[in-house]
Structures are given as structure tokens and as C-alpha cells.
Design a protein around this ligand. Structure first.
Ligand code: 5GP
Length: 208
């Protein structure tokens, strides 16, 4: 029985501190048919970040050139830096049957929603603003001012959650990963992806 072998494009967004990075790592470990899109950015690498693994670290000129050449599926400015999703690898992965994850902020996610009807969009949220504050303090690397700024951004991002297909609460990582697995599994059974299978059953029915 044939089902659609084209992979699915999945966007995960959520406020800084929502734990989306941890969730993505877990998903990639659990599913060898899932890949994470590597973004390009103009921000400087943080300690331990490797060019071509965590991001493609570009100069503003290089980024602007790629943008001018229409090489990005989407791009956005965040915190004074550019971030963009290179389109070519995504096309190849989807054709190879891989499910591709975009871990990007809300403006970029909305741009992809506007141009890709096949996109599955998931918003990862924290259970409350107090919990977000607790997590940001727990990182130990944020000043009171940057915590306040990140909470302001988080509030604005939460106000865009209505644009997404699904909302997943990350109260516990195991549960959040399980919820995303449920979404992905259900999405594989959408009519569009199962049409071939129905057609085959109908074709065979004619010989019965
Ligand atoms: P960071 O600088 O902390 O790695 O990322 C800052 C924000 O940019 C995060 O919300 C991250 O998900 C988002 N981001 C990373 N890559 C992209 C991208 O290619 N496009 C967009 N629109 N956002 C991105």
C-alpha cells in the first residue's frame, strides 16, 4: 500500500526559555527520519557553536547577497541580527522523505505559513510567565534588564500563537516531546498524504 513519501515541513516556535531547543534535540535523537534545518545568521557564534552545525555564520554582506539571490525560504531580523532559512536543502530533504524541522522565531514562521500551505506549525509555550521568569533566572547568564526584555518579547510572541496549527505546553520535556510525536503521527494520516492508498484500494476494487 503506497502512502505519500514526501517528508513534512514542521515549524517550531516559542519564546526564548520555552525549552524548544531541548525538545528539538530529543526529537532528532528519537527519529532518524527527522532533520533540523541549519539557519544562516549574522550574529556572532557563542562558545561551543560550530559554523555549519549550529548555524552558518555570515557577514551582513554575505547574508544580504543570499537574500538578494532569493536563497531563503524566510528571513527575519531578531535582536538586531539577521536570521534566515536556506531553501535548497529543505527541498532536497523533503523529496528524500525526511521530516524537516524549522526552529525559528514567530515573524519568520508566519512568513512560511503565508507561502507554504503544507506547513505544520507548532507553538511551544511555557505554562506561565512566572515559570518563564524562573527559567531565565535559572540560566544564570541573564541580567535583570535582559530578563525583563526577553519577557516582553515572549509576551508579544504569545500574542501570535493563534496563527499556529498546534500549541504544545512544555511543562515537562518528556510530555512535550510525546505531544509533538502525537501531532506528527496524526499529520501522516491526513487525507492528502493517504490519497494514493485510497486510490489503490479503489483500483483493486474494480477487479473484485
Ligand atoms: P539565537 O540567537 O538565540 O540562536 O536565536 C534567536 C531566535 O532566532 C530564536 O527564537 C531562534 O529560534 C530564531 N531563529 C533561528 N534561526 C532562524 C531563522 O532561520 N529564521 C528565523 N526567522 N528565526 C530564526
Amino acid at each position: 500500500m503506497r502512502v505519500d513519501k514526501q517528508g513534512m515541513l514542521i515549524v517550531l516556535s516559542g519564546p526564548s526559555g520555552s525549552g524548544k531547543g531541548t525538545i528539538v534535540s530529543r526529537l532528532l535523537k528519537e527519529h532518524d527520519d527527522m532533520v533540523l534545518s541549519i539557519s544562516a545568521t549574522t550574529r556572532a557564534p557563542r562558545a561551543g557553536e560550530i559554523d555549519g552545525v549550529h548555524y552558518y555564520f555570515l557577514t551582513r554582506e554575505q547574508f544580504t547577497q543570499m537574500r538578494g539571490d532569493n536563497q531563503f525560504l524566510e528571513w527575519a531580523e531578531y535582536n538586531g541580527q539577521y536570521y534566515g532559512t536556506p531553501e535548497a536543502p529543505i527541498r532536497d530533504w523533503l523529496a528524500a522523505g525526511k521530516n524537516v524541522i524549522l526552529e525559528i522565531e514567530v515573524q519568520g514562521a508566519e512568513r512560511v505559513m503565508d507561502c507554504r500551505a503544507d506547513l505544520i506549525s507548532i507553538f511551544i509555550t511555557i505554562p506561565s510567565m512566572e515559570e518563564l521568569r524562573r527559567r531565565l533566572i535559572g540560566r544564570g547568564s541573564e541580567t535583570e534588564e535582559s530578563i525583563r526584555a526577553r519577557m516582553g518579547v515572549a509576551k508579544r510572541e504569545l500574542q501570535r500563537a493563534f496563527r499556529y496549527d498546534y500549541v504544545v505546553i512544555n511543562d515537562e520535556v518528556d510530555l512535550a516531546v510525546e505531544r509533538i510525536n502525537t501531532i506528527v503521527e496524526a499529520e501522516t494520516m491526513r487525507y492528502g498524504r493517504m490519497e494514493q492508498c485510497i486510490m489503490e484500494v479503489l483500483d483493486n476494487a474494480e477487479t473484485q
